[in-house]
Design a protein around this ligand. Structure first.
Ligand code: SF4
Length: 365
């Protein structure tokens, strides 16, 4: 297939559904890692079209959702300072911190600017040499190369008023943490295609071997996801566990090696706190000492800021596939996209926002 329309073609989707129904025998719990994949599943109703013995649960792959509360609080602290321009992707502005969000700070006069890339943030730094420009650099392996490149570029150009407030997370350690949990019910994973475009899927081999769990790299269109489900079902029914690639139009085994090199040059792997989930060993990135002058956390002395999660939000369970958003008592009532209590209701990739947009009627009243 060559064109996007073909990946949304109802006839192809129906044929894949028929094949899945023909091949499935057992009851399988499959997790799509990425929030973009969750939104496609909800939008096209794929979970309702699949045979009843295939259960789809939603994973932690929404970068906005897993950004720790204290990172938001640090961004709020920086955005409140008159000597700083806080630059961010639009998604982050409505994510609630402990007391506020970036939109509110902006409304009160804070200099918060929305960009589409860290290169734009660097441009703002060049244009405002008298002020500190901090880019809120969050995301999975997908966005890490561009953020690393911005830091590398700033050092090359000796731009000293640019820095990044980093909250980068990595997918394979998160899958390992899920699989070692006693509550885990997942039989197979759909790995995130965009992450694998950068990282390849070689690094999933260790997970397949250690947990005998099949992992299929999947794309983001309905036909992509149904094909990934079929590939997982075929493995599970034969008792096999392999790393496979459905998203061949974008992903190869090794990934994008130059992109990986720039990430390694600027960042190092550290234990990372995930919002609602807690600390996962070796699951995040931080700025290396050699680039420490570009690390906002160090420059502005933010390390002491800590925060507690709101008790009412069950996003930790949602992000681990243990609960559905509709199981949350606040869903659609006290928590809506206009008045979010937790990040999964804010982000365009959040599972709670997906259910609010496409399955609001399922909420328990
Ligand atoms: S519906 Fe709101 S409060 Fe409930 S888990 Fe989702 S984000 Fe948290």
């Amino acid at each position: 297939m060559k064109y996007l329309d073909e990946y949304r073609d109802a006839r192809i989707a129906r044929a894949l559904l028929a094949e899945i129904a023909q091949e499935v025998r057992g009851h399988w719990v499959l997790m799509e890692i990425c929030g973009g994949q969750t939104h496609t599943i909800m939008r096209y109703g794929l979970d309702e079209l699949l045979p009843k013995n295939i259960e789809l649960v939603h994973g932690p792959g929404c970068p906005v959702c897993v950004t720790p509360l204290e990172t938001i609080d640090k961004a709020l602290e920086l955005a409140s300072r008159p000597d700083i321009i806080l630059v961010s992707y639009g998604d982050m502005l409505r994510v609630p911190g402990s007391t506020n969000d970036l939109f509110t700070i902006k409304a009160k006069g804070g200099d918060v600017r929305v960009v589409y890339s860290p290169t734009e943030a660097l441009k703002i730094a060049r244009q405002n040499p008298g002020r500190g420009v901090v880019f809120l650099a969050v995301g999975f392996e997908t966005t890490a190369p561009a953020n690393a490149m911005a830091v590398w570029q700033a050092k090359e150009e000796k731009i000293h008023n640019f820095s990044v407030l980093v909250s980068h997370v990595l997918v394979p350690p998160a899958i390992r943490a899920l699989m070692t949990s006693s509550e885990c019910r997942v039989n197979g994973f759909i790995a995130p295609g965009h992450v694998c475009t950068v990282m390849g899927y070689e690094e999933y081999e260790a997970l397949v071997r250690d947990f005998r769990v099949p992992i299929v790299v999947g794309g983001f269109e309905p036909v992509d996801l149904l094909e990934a489900v079929l590939m997982l079902v075929r493995q599970l029914e034969k008792g096999e566990a392999r790393a496979e690639n459905q998203y061949v139009r974008s992903v190869n085994y090794e990934g994008n090696l130059p992109a990986q090199r720039v990430v390694k040059e600027v960042f190092e792997i550290v234990d990372q706190k995930w919002r609602g989930i807690g600390t996962i060993p070796a699951s995040g990135l931080r700025v290396r000492d050699a680039y420490g002058d570009y690390d906002a956390s160090r420059i502005y002395g933010l390390a002491s800021i800590t925060a507690e999660e709101p008790a009412e939000c069950i996003s930790a369970k949602v992000l681990q596939g243990l609960k559905k958003p509709t199981d949350c008592p606040a869903f659609g009532m006290r928590c809506t996209p206009h008045n979010p209590l937790g990040a999964p209701m804010v982000s365009s990739e959040g599972a709670c926002a997906a259910y609010y947009n496409y399955r609001r009627d399922l909420a328990v009243r």
